[in-house]
Ligand binder design. Structure first.
Ligand SMILES: NC(=O)c1ccc[n+]([C@@H]2O[C@H](COP(=O)([O-])OP(=O)(O)OC[C@H]3O[C@@H](n4cnc5c(N)ncnc54)[C@H](O)[C@@H]3O)[C@@H](O)[C@H]2O)c1
Length: 342
C-alpha cells in the first residue's frame, strides 16, 4: 500500500484469538455494508492490515471463521499461533482466559494487543494484568468502543474546554454491571475520572440476580468544588437492550441515547412563552458513530504499532478504575453504607 507521495506503508501482521461473536460471527453473514461489528471485518476491510492468523479452541468455529475471512493460518494451539510473527493481536476470548493468554502474548513480544472488555473478572485480576503489561514493552488497549466515537470525544472536550458545570448525570443499562454497565462506567471514568464514593441502591430482579455479575443500581459521588452525583440505574435486559447517559449541566443537557447511536444537545434558553423562565432548546441532534468505532479502534492499533501514537485511547489503567468502582458498589451493598473508591 502506498501513500499520496508513493511511499509504501508497512502492512501490520494481525492475529485474532477467540473467533466467536465479537471477533467474527456477527459479520460472517452480513451484507456489503462497511459497518464492521467484528475485529475480523475491521481488519479485513483496512488495507494497512494482513489478517494472518486465527486461534480458537473450538475446531469447527475456527474453520468457519477461517473460511469466512480467507485467513491463511488457523490453529487451536496458542504456541503455533504466537509463532506467526504477529505485530498486533486482538484478544477476543471470554474474560476468564485473558490473564493466562495475555501473559503468553506478551512473552512473545507482540507489540500491540487489542483486548476485549471487560479487562479481568475483578480488581485483583485486572491488577495482575496491569503488572504483566507494565513489565512488558507491549502496548495493551481495551475495547471500550464508544471512546473511539468522535461525538463522544467531542462531549468530553466540550465539558473540559468549555468548563461546563455538570450538576447531575443519570445512566441506564441492563445485563450485568461488569458485562454491560462497565460501558457506562468507562464513559464516566473517561469524562470525569474516578468518583470519590459510591452507594449501592438495589439489584435488578432479572435472570442475572443470583449470578456473579448482577445488574446493580448505585449512586456515584464526585467531590470537590464542582461536586455532582451520578445515578446509575439497572433495567431488566429481557424487556429491551438499553445504554443511555443523560448529563445535566447548568448550561443545558446532553443525552447519549440508543446505545450511543443518537446524541441530543440542549442549551438553556429563554422560554418562548414565559420570558422570566429558562427552558431547554435543542441545539444539536447528532448520529453517534457506533458504526465506525470498531474500525477506528483497530485503526488506532496500527498507529500504536507504527509509533504514530504513544498511548491508547482506552488504557488498561482505566479498566482498573472501573473495577475499583464495581468493588466499592459491592462493598457498599455488604456494609449498607457509602464506600470509598479512591
Ligand atoms: N466491546 C464490545 O462492545 C463487546 C461486545 C461483545 C462482546 N465483547 C466481549 O468479547 C469477549 C468475547 O465475547 P463473545 O461474545 O465474542 O464470546 P464467544 O463465546 O462468542 O467467543 C469466544 C470464543 O473464544 C474461544 N476461546 C475460549 N477460550 C479460548 C482459548 N483459551 N484460546 C482460544 N480460543 C478460546 C471460544 O471457543 C469462542 O469461540 C467477552 O469478554 C465479551 O465481554 C465485547
Amino acid at each position: 500500500m502506498a501513500d499520496l507521495l508513493g511511499n509504501k506503508k508497512p502492512i501490520a501482521r494481525v492475529g485474532i484469538i477467540g473467533c466467536g461473536n465479537i471477533a467474527s460471527i456477527l459479520d460472517e453473514k452480513s451484507s456489503a455494508s462497511d459497518f464492521a461489528k467484528t475485529h475480523a471485518k475491521a481488519y479485513r476491510q483496512d488495507l494497512r492490515f494482513d489478517l494472518a492468523a486465527l486461534c480458537d479452541l473450538n475446531d469447527s468455529r475456527l474453520l468457519t471463521a477461517q473460511q469466512a475471512w480467507s485467513v491463511k493460518f488457523a490453529t487451536t494451539r496458542i504456541e503455533e499461533f504466537l509463532a506467526q510473527n504477529l505485530d498486533i493481536v486482538s484478544l477476543c476470548t471470554p474474560v476468564e482466559m485473558q490473564l493466562e493468554l495475555l501473559k503468553k502474548i506478551l512473552e512473545h513480544k507482540v507489540k500491540v494487543v487489542f483486548c476485549e472488555k471487560p479487562l479481568g473478572r475483578n480488581l485483583v485480576e485486572a491488577e495482575q494484568i496491569l503488572k504483566v503489561v507494565e513489565r512488558s514493552a507491549s502496548i495493551v488497549a481495551v475495547n471500550y468502543i464508544r471512546r473511539y466515537d468522535s461525538e463522544i470525544v467531542a462531549i468530553k472536550k466540550e465539558i473540559l474546554e468549555k468548563c461546563l458545570d455538570v450538576q447531575k448525570v443519570v445512566c441506564h443499562y441492563g445485563k450485568g454491571l461488569l458485562n454491560n454497565g462497565s460501558h457506562l462506567i468507562d464513559l464516566l471514568v473517561y469524562f470525569f475520572g474516578l468518583p470519590s464514593r459510591v452507594r449501592y441502591i438495589d439489584t435488578c430482579k432479572d435472570d442475572r440476580e443470583d449470578s456473579d455479575d448482577p445488574s446493580m443500581s448505585a449512586v456515584f459521588y464526585y467531590e470537590g468544588p464542582a461536586a455532582f452525583s451520578v445515578y446509575l440505574t439497572a433495567q431488566d435486559h429481557r424487556n429491551f437492550s438499553n445504554l443511555e447517559m443523560d448529563i445535566f449541566m447548568r448550561e443545558g443537557r446532553t443525552q447519549i441515547l440508543d446505545s450511543g447511536r443518537e446524541i441530543l444537545k440542549f442549551r438553556a434558553v429563554t422560554d418562548r412563552d414565559y420570558p422570566d423562565y429558562k427552558s431547554l432548546g435543542l441545539v444539536a441532534h447528532l448520529q453517534g458513530g457506533l458504526k465506525h468505532v470498531l474500525a477506528l479502534g483497530c485503526g488506532e492499533m496500527y498507529e500504536l504499532w507504527r509509533d504514530q501514537k504513544v498511548a491508547p485511547t482506552s488504557p488498561v489503567q482505566d479498566s482498573i478504575a472501573i473495577h475499583r468502582i464495581i468493588e466499592a458498589i459491592k462493598k457498599s451493598k455488604e456494609r449498607n453504607e457509602v464506600a470509598r473508591c479512591q
